[in-house]
Ligand binder design. Structure first.
Ligand code: GDP
Ligand code: MN
Length: 386
């Protein structure tokens, strides 16, 4: 998961990276009070988990506390690339001399850690890399060696950063490794007139698989869990990932759900990944269905269960239970196979809900779910007789 800028800033500060003094504010009066504490003239910055805030008008200078009040009022509630601004960070302005880019990342394609550095900071690094690849240095980092003083100097030199930036390169590497981050990015890292190196922005992506051993980030993990449906699913103990498409996908076991996503994706974009897990009860199934049906992007749902430990009759009971509590307005395509499949199919056939369709094969079920048109229009299609 991604940290907000103010959380990244706090982490950087903890590791000795120079950052501007700053206060987080939820309202315009709080922003005014923050500006008073910081000496009057401030930068007001939208706190959303996306870049390009500056371009979108979410980063603005305010000359005094009264202006900070007005500016915060304008930024709070703004929509930046689909993210609503609920908070601003009020920061002491920095006298920027030059802007650089510095990042440490897990390079999946390269299969190793990469330090990325460039003298063309401030802009989107992807754009710089596309236009002038030679302006972006990518230096592999051996995880066993880490970023030593010598390596930090090498990275700074390769990217055209001043030699004074080397300690920052090393400290940000510590953030990456000690916090189990997949990405630590500072854009821009700036030099000031008096020769200081300051992290003016921060993006940190933490590895969710390491959440259990990360006391610091735990508060951040739970306080702003991002997508509300992901938070609800997590509370129910379900593995759920929100995707961009329209077909809700539910299955038992991550492997089966992933293959189902592949089959669905060849016909239409999946809306989510929901794994009810092995040995799922009717209650778990009903809860999972409620989460997926609550997603306004979902136009149809595909339940693909291969009963091993999970009994298909329990899954069917869960679906029936969900039908009693939610009003189904979208087609629900169900494929049950394996343990107690015959009983499960019979339970659904007996319920005979007009929007519930049983299909025997995974391919057939995916095709049906990806083309909800006729089922919605007719509304009278009965379950396939078994
Ligand atoms: P982003 O657009 O989401 O990446 O947000 P940034 O935090 O990077 O801010 C956008 C731009 O605003 C930066 O690239 C800087 O050029 C500028 N900026 C932000 N804070 C300050 C500041 O304190 N002083 C100056 N001079 N520029 C700033
Ligand atoms: Mn930035």
């Amino acid at each position: 998961m991604d940290l907000f800028e103010h959380q990244a800033r706090e982490l950087f500060e903890h590791y000795g990276v120079l950052v501007p003094r700053a206060v987080v504010a939820d309202s315009a009066p709080e922003a005014r009070a923050a500006a008073e504490r910081l000496g009057g003239r401030v930068v007001v910055k939208a706190q959303v988990r996306t870049g390009g805030r500056g371009k979108a008008g979410g980063v603005r200078l305010a000359a005094d506390p009264a202006a900070a009040y007005v500016t915060a009022g304008q930024i709070l509630g703004m929509d930046i690339k689909g993210h609503t601004v609920h908070r601003v960070m009020v920061a002491e302005p920095v006298q920027v001399e030059r802007e650089f880019y510095l990042g440490h990342a897990l390079g999946r394609a390269a299969g190793r850690f990469l330090a990325i550095a460039s003298a063309e900071g401030g802009m989107e690094i992807e754009d710089v890399a596309a236009r002038r690849p030679e302006a972006v240095a990518r230096i592999p980092v051996d995880p066993d060696q880490g970023v030593t003083d010598a390596k930090a100097a090498e990275i700074a030199a390769a990217g055209g950063l001043p030699a004074e930036a080397a300690p920052t390169v090393r400290r940000l590497w510590r953030v990456l490794t000690e916090q189990d981050a997949l990405l630590v990015e500072v854009n821009p890292l700036v030099s000031t007139r008096d020769g200081a190196i300051v992290a003016l922005d921060g993006k940190v992506t933490l590895d969710d698989n390491a959440r259990f051993r990360r006391p610091y980030a735990h508060a951040a993990d739970t306080a702003d869990a991002g997508d509300p449906r992901e938070a609800e699913a997590a509370a129910r103990g379900l593995n759920y990932v929100k995707l961009d498409g329209h077909v809700g996908v539910i299955g038992n076991g991550a492997g089966l759900v992933m293959s189902t996503l592949d089959v669905v994706a060849s016909r239409g974009p999946p809306a989510d990944f929901l794994d009810i897990g092995g040995g799922a009860s009717a209650e778990v199934m009903a809860g999972g269905l409620a989460v997926v049906l609550g997603d306004p992007d979902v136009r149809s749902v595909l339940v693909n269960v291969f009963g091993g430990i999970t009994a298909c009759d329990a899954v069917a009971e869960g679906i029936v239970r969900a039908l009693d509590t939610v009003t189904l307005t979208k087609p629900l395509v169900v494929r049950l196979d394996g343990n107690s499949a015959a009983r499960g199919r019979a339970i659904l056939a007996e319920r005979a809900h007009p929007l519930v369709h049983q299909v025997d094969t995974m391919d057939g079920a995916a095709a049906r779910a990806a083309e909800p048109g006729p089922a919605v229009k007719g509304g009278a299609l009965l379950p396939t007789p078994q």
